[in-house]
Write a protein that binds this ligand. Structure first.
Ligand SMILES: *Cc1c(COP(=O)(O)O)cnc(C)c1O
Length: 839
């Protein structure tokens, strides 16, 4: 019989070890090697059975064992030490506290998933893991941030593989108390309840769980509360469970409910109100509408001023160029919610327009969450250099008339949290070699600090662990061989990631795997979305191939890819393979985690690899994007993959001096040093603070001051400029001063007459844009801008602007003159999508 609820009854902790409670209820244990080891040492076998979770461990240990530990002086000392370290961690000054000048007061970080630990399965893949790493680095750096998400009762599914190779899903229920979460309560101890008015005279209620991620509280809204009808209790049943209304309800709860949860938490915890709101992908976009509602009803702003205030303080990160990864809802469905009294004071029609695909060729019946995100966030970014470029192209339609490279979407490349992802063996080695220094400063290249033998032994031992894990997970004691070159490949299984590219030529792959002198083994893992049968077919093909007796034991599929498996998998591989269809992998982070753990990357030049591949840290699989068909492209890229394995990887790996692969180890040392510096989420979070959070906080303060005078003024300015813009044009440009033989170092006067359509000269910037030109006379992306200054306006409404063109470069170059709006609170010249160029 299946229980409908489970809960945990905890034994009493004696005073000597009472601090275990605090240690178990702060998720810092998951990246603190010593705290982790402390809990594991209480009962190693039980530790595994409780899924390596301290709160569960305390619930599962009997009173007798706990009493015995309380009498064990050495154990009590360790508890005290760890408790002191936790306290110091939570209260000390960190990077953020040492910033001088402007900085945000508090950032609210919204995400539909958070991958904090294997025992808290509130993530499906990279987006969630990234969010988890973001919180952990924010905590390590002392950045005042609050996470906001949903608590899914069943989280993401657990995967098993049937005899037929078909994926099976199961959804074990989670007990939040047993995991060490606490319920947000009013001062009188009643649980805080958030409520949302929704169509059909219904009210959706939610409670709020708090997971402490080091210094960062993570608020998770949970619709499982007695106040809800049976139907509405299911809203947060599963991560990405249903579609349509179920999904929309989840996103309304995350965005609108999330802001309300932040308000309650702020009130009860005494923390400052956030001045920056970061939405990790579009799912939480409704947070901006809820905040507009607050400004309208509480502060008396109109729609435009409320929008300006929200935009100024919102950071939007887009995470995928794959259309299926972007949430799109039927317009009428969203309209019914917006019109149903959910958001007091917000004009439903205007709110709806913020999410419509209002460009030529857009679907007029669709409400697009990425569009909403970009309209509500003045600060937007993609997640690698390449993805930034791709996103500017993809979303450029929202800024018609703006050159793609000027579309105001920047990029911050993702990173990973080394304390979480570095294998304990390497952590121990680096602590021995480098002391407590940050991973980012470790130089692994010096063989006097870490010898080849030490590094290779560490690698071999981590590989041995993976082999052991695979043998026991698949109940096959003879598969894999720790001496063989091991390639790992694990990810979610959407089509663009091409799980089965390696099977393109099965005979050739078989020869590679079974080469008598230089064999190769491949470890594969990955989950397909439960509703995606095409992904399940790919898994089935792979599983079936791995069961072919000719290759048995040389290629294995490990079920249930999650954080726990990942932590064994990455360190156990020599090479990490990634072969997406370029440029559909926005960033990718598994390769970074593998690199930190001494694996070399073998990847299509996509996402982060396009940026950081340097010829010494792995291999680039050439992209065949000019192939005539998808089939040909796959053939060509698979052939290149096989070539690289045969001609580059295996020779380097099997070439030994004194039993060790010298060339290989040199590449490892370089990879661990170089990517250890760049690929961390500390670097990433610092960039967010410097480049997006702080400017957002500064904008927020500027618009908020003097009773929101700035917001009202910016809104009025925007409306005025938009209305006048159709009449703005450049009447003439005079540069007759350009000599036939222009010489570097000289200058040329430029003079332009501009009709301002009723705007004042200071409302606009008249810009001379110049740079090298290509064969089509297009000015290159690296362009220079000089502002021309106005002279007296003439009675006919035309104003002359004057400036000089510096001839500072040689070669062919060109220039043009354009008019753009200018206002101190605009982030970019082209932000309003209003650009008028000379023709
Ligand atoms: C890192 C990670 C991912 C994301 O990896 P990608 O390279 O972005 O595909 C997915 N799942 C798990 C469990 C991870 O640890």
């Amino acid at each position: 019989m299946k229980a409908i609820r489970t809960f945990t009854v905890r034994p009493v902790l004696r005073a000597q070890i009472a601090a275990l409670d605090a240690l178990a209820s702060n998720w810092r244990w998951s990246w603190s090697r010593a705290t982790h080891a402390l809990f594991a040492s209480m009962d190693a076998a039980l530790w595994e059975r409780v899924g390596e979770n301290p709160a569960r461990m305390l619930g599962a240990l009997g009173q007798d064992r706990l009493d015995a530990l309380a009498d064990d002086d050495a154990f009590v000392d360790r508890v005290r030490e760890e408790a002191e370290r936790l306290h110091a961690y939570l209260t000390g000054k960190r990077w953020f506290q040492r910033i001088e000048g402007d900085r945000p007061a508090q950032i609210a970080y919204f995400s539909p998933e958070f991958g904090v630990d294997g025992s808290l399965p509130q993530y499906s893949g990279g987006l969630g893991i990234l969010a988890g790493d973001h919180l952990k680095s924010a905590s390590d750096l002392g950045v005042p941030l609050t996470g906001v998400g949903l608590f899914y009762r069943a989280g993401y599914f657990r995967q098993s593989i049937g005899d037929d190779g078909w994926q099976r899903e199961s959804y074990p229920l989670l007990d939040p108390y047993g995991l060490g979460l606490t319920l947000l309560r009013e001062d009188d101890d009643t649980p805080v309840e958030i409520s949302l008015t929704i169509p059909g005279d219904r009210v959706l209620h939610a409670r709020v769980w708090i997971a402490d991620i080091g210094r960062v509280p993570l608020l998770l809204l949970d619709s499982e509360t007695p106040s809800n009808t049976e139907e509405l209790r299911r809203v947060t049943d599963r991560l990405y469970g249903g579609g349509g209304e179920h999904r929309l309800l989840q996103e309304l709860l995350l965005g609108v409910g999330g802001v309300r949860a932040v308000r309650a938490f702020t009130r009860l915890s005494g923390r400052p109100e956030p001045d920056v709101y970061h939405t990790n992908e579009g799912h939480a976009g409704f947070q901006g509408l809820e905040r507009m509602s607050e400004y309208i009803t509480r502060d008396g702003l109109d729609f435009g001023a409320a929008l300006a205030q929200v935009r100024a303080s919102t950071v939007f990160t887009t995470h995928t160029p794959v259309p299926a990864g972007i949430d799109r809802f039927p317009k009428d469905l969203v309209a019914s919610f917006l019109g149903g009294g959910l958001l007091a004071g917000v004009d439903p029609q205007r709110a709806l327009e913020l999410g419509l695909e209002s460009w030529d060729g857009g679907d007029p019946d669709v409400f697009n969450m990425a569009v909403l995100g970009l309209h509500l966030g003045q600060h937007a970014n993609g997640v690698s250099l390449l993805h930034g470029r791709v996103s500017r192209g993809m979303f450029g339609r929202l800024w018609p008339g703006v050159d793609t490279d000027e579309v105001p979407i920047t990029s911050i490349t993702n990173g990973v949290h080394p304390p979480t992802w570095l294998h304990p063996t390497l952590k121990a080695l680096s602590e021995r070699a480098f002391g407590d220094a940050l991973v980012e400063t470790h130089d692994w290249r010096d063989a006097a600090v870490v010898s080849d033998r030490e590094l290779w032994d560490a690698k071999q031992s981590m590989k041995g662990e993976l082999v052991e894990h695979a043998r026991s997970a698949l109940c096959q004691p003879d598969i894999l061989d720790p001496g063989v070159l091991t390639i790992g490949f694990a990810r979610r299984v959407p089509t663009y990631k091409r799980l089965t590219l390696m099977l393109r030529d099965p005979e050739r792959l078989t020869r590679i795997l079974t080469d008598p002198d230089r064999p190769v083994q491949i470890v594969v893992a990955g989950k397909s979305h439960p509703a995606d049968d095409s992904g399940k077919i790919l898994i089935q093909q792979l599983v079936r191939f791995s069961r072919d007796p000719r290759v048995r034991g040389r290629i294995v599929f490990l079920p249930d890819y999650d954080i726990t498996l990942a932590k064994t998998l990455y360190p156990g591989c020599d090479v990490w393979l990634n072969n997406p269809l370029r440029p559909l992998e926005a960033c990718g982070t598994s390769g970074m985690k593998a690199a930190l753990n001494g694996a070399l990357n073998l990847s299509i030049l996509d996402g982060w690899w396009d940026e950081w591949f340097d010829g010494e840290n792995g291999w680039a699989i050439p992209t065949a994007d000019t192939a005539a068909s998808d089939e040909e492209r796959d053939d060509a890229e698979a052939a290149a993959l096989y070539d690289l394995i045969e001609h580059q990887l295996t020779p380097a790996f099997y070439e030994r001096q004194h039993g060790m692969p010298g060339r290989w180890l040199a590449m490892l040392r370089h990879t661990m040093t170089d990517l250890g510096t760049k690929a961390t989420s500390d670097r990433m979070v610092r960039e967010y603070v410097d480049r997006l959070y702080t400017p957002a906080a500064v904008h927020d303060a500027a618009l908020r001051a003097d009773g929101f005078a700035g917001a009202r003024e910016l809104a009025a300015y925007t409306a005025r400029v938009r209305a006048a813009w159709p009449a703005v044009h450049i009447v003439s440009v005079d540069s007759s001063g350009i000599p036939q033989q222009a010489q570097a170092g000289g200058t040329v006067p430029v003079y332009a007459e501009v009709a301002l359509g009723g705007l004042a000269p200071e409302d606009v910037a008249v810009q001379l844009v110049y740079g090298a030109t290509d064969a089509d006379d297009a000015i290159a992306a690296e362009r220079h801008i000089v502002r021309l200054l106005p002279e007296d306006a003439r009675p006919d409404g035309v104003t002359a602007f004057r400036g000089v063109l510096p001839l500072e470069m040689t070669g062919t170059f060109g220039y043009t003159v354009r008019v753009v709006p200018t206002h101190p609170q605009l982030v970019s010249d082209v932000e309003l999508g209003l650009v008028t160029s000379a023709s």
